[in-house]
Design a binder for this molecule. Sequence first.
Ligand SMILES: [Mn+2]
Length: 258
Amino acid sequence: MAVPVARRGAHDRVGAAVRLGLISDIHGNALALDAVLAELEEARVDRLVCLGDVAVGPQAVETLERVRELGCPVVLGNWDAFYLGARPTAETEVAGMLAEIAEFWGEALTDDHRAFIETFVPRLDLRADATDVVCVHGSPKSYDDWIFSTTPDEELAELLVGLPERALVLGGHTHVQMVRRHERLVVVNPGSVGMPFLDSWPRSVRIGTWAEYGVVTVEDGRLALDLHRTSYDADTFLRVSRESGMPHADWWLGTWSD
Ligand SMILES: [Mn+2]
């Protein structure tokens, strides 16, 4: 993968014309990640940013190790935090099942893997050309916050309070691609690499059999936002998932839909 290794820093200057590749919510789906990385290599992005929820899925180890090899900065997601001991906030039946499944997937992770997850940051601030870029998982306040296209303006204002007046806010967590303006801010969600949702969680859990990512190009006052969907071998991924012996397999596999 010809993406340069990114330095970490509070304000990491990345030069004039910048193409950022955005991957988020990979959710232990290495096959989807490989398909996305192949396209991002073609797209000649200058750097990659991962917006969190990396390992939690059937191919936890492979996915985490691929992301580590990329050397890109990673924002801490709620399920990354789960593997560092954080408990899920939701107490629904579905949330309980997901936590049991996640525990199972996490059994394959070593202390070395957890040490890598500990390097994930709650928020990453970049400068791309003259643009402030704020990278988060849910919102700048919490990896548990949802920003949907339908989130009321007043609620959104609360979640974005304290940001620079003009900034690009990059976040994941909803598994739904989105571009939304809020005053001078532009909020972009590249969707989910490994488990894109057909509906807005938590209304229901329905997962699509494609992979999502984004490319942001910033150049001399110009801004281009590309939200991509691509295909991968989802049949093999679902077969691997079933064969893993995961708990609640019938329910979980039943949430996947073409
Ligand atoms: Mn997620």
